[in-house]
Design a protein around this ligand. Structure first.
Ligand code: PEP
Ligand code: MN
Length: 347
């Protein structure tokens, strides 16, 4: 159930409703909106008795939730969630967040060469895995904490926000310390204990869609994170497995408007893993922004043939510049802008 407060409900009234919800043995999640605050209730096993709440001062109405997820739902919050990373970098609403960088951090030199190009192209968020979930145990597994330290140096040198993946509880503790956004990868989308742990983190989370996950499963995975109190979740479409074999995965762009109609959370698109082919990254990036994505995550490498992972899908720095230029123009047509402004001029 959702408790919708009146437009002019006071903070004291909102707090009183939350207290009452907690007295009933549930957890209250007050979510302020542009016009009014909605309070989500979790922890109930059956229906919540509305009569205990709808007569309290400031309450407009109590609404049953029609979906299995509550906190991620548009019913709870009409306006879009905008994840604010500081320094003018926001993802959601009118702002697109472009995340770019190598699949994996390989060395200090590699990360710095790519980060310089990412910053010059105007992206404000840098990606790079220090912990890599690889299909083969014999493939490069990432530099671990040494990689995280390189990422922290990238942040200090270029002012880029760091997005990097946690693969388990142990790596999450370290990733939380060094990153600005914690990535939960496709293979961990339904690792419920990891989702709960990241839900207790103060860092925003980038949650990638599982390789064969439905939209409901993706939203329920996000619900795990919000239910623990972390409301800063960015969803990511990264392609799903189908019978098609001309691409590594099938990038399901139709999920973007579907997410927007069901949820207030932002959703970005990963055309690198979504296609697995360098030459398809630019066209699919254009399409993703045109369909309403709240951003992109792009793999970039200055020597893709020597990359320790995902070289085939990594674009060159010069191509990132072209991509950013085109994305800005498409975004402008839609009344949106790329978070962080226009690049070189700001350095
Ligand atoms: C990645 O972003 O490098 C990654 C491993 O992605 P995914 O979890 O979508 O496969
Ligand atoms: Mn990769």
């Amino acid at each position: 159930m959702l408790v919708m407060m009146k437009a002019h409900a006071t903070t004291a009234e909102i707090e009183r409703v939350c207290r009452r919800i907690e007295e009933l043995g549930y957890r209250a999640h007050p979510i302020p909106g542009i016009n009014r605050t909605a309070i989500g209730i979790t922890g109930n096993r059956g229906p919540v008795d509305a009569t205990a709440l709808d007569t309290l001062p400031g309450v407009a109405e109590c609404l049953p939730v029609s979906k299995p997820y509550k906190l991620v739902s548009r019913e709870l919050r009409e306006d879009p969630t905008i994840v604010d990373l500081g320094d003018g970098v926001r993802i959601g609403g009118a702002e697109l967040g472009i995340i770019a960088g190598p699949c994996a951090v390989e060395s200090h030199e590699q990360a710095f060469v790519i980060a310089r190009a990412v910053r010059a192209a105007g992206a404000r968020l840098f990606r790079g895995g220090a912990y890599k979930p690889r299909t083969s145990p014999y493939s490069f597994q990432g530099l671990g904490e040494e990689g995280l330290k390189i990422l922290a140096e990238v942040r200090a040198e270029f002012g880029l926000k760091i997005v990097t993946e946690a693969v388990d509880h142990e790596s999450l503790e370290l990733v939380e310390r060094y990153s600005d956004v914690i990535q939960i990868g496709a293979r961990n989308m339904q690792n419920f204990s990891l989702l709960k742990q990241v839900g207790r983190s103060c860092r925003p989370v980038l949650l990638k869609r599982g390789i064969s996950a439905t939209l409901d499963e993706l939203l329920m995975a996000a619900e795990y994170i919000l239910a623990e109190g972390n409301y800063n979740v960015i969803l990511c479409e990264r392609g799903v497995r189908t019978f098609a074999d001309h691409t590594r995965n099938t990038l399901d762009l139709s999920v973007v408007p579907a997410v927007h109609s069901l949820s207030h959370l932002p959703i970005i698109v990963d055309p690198s893993h979504g296609t697995g082919r360098r030459e398809k990254v630019l066209p699919l990036s254009r399409a993703a922004v045109a369909v309403g994505a709240d951003g992109l995550i792009i793999e970039v490498h200055h020597k893709p043939d020597e990359a320790l992972s995902d070289g085939n899908q990594s674009i060159l720095p010069a191509h990132l510049e072209q991509l950013m230029m085109e994305i800005r123009q498409i975004a402008a047509v839609l009344g949106r802008r790329v978070a962080g402004g226009s690049g070189e001029h700001e350095i």
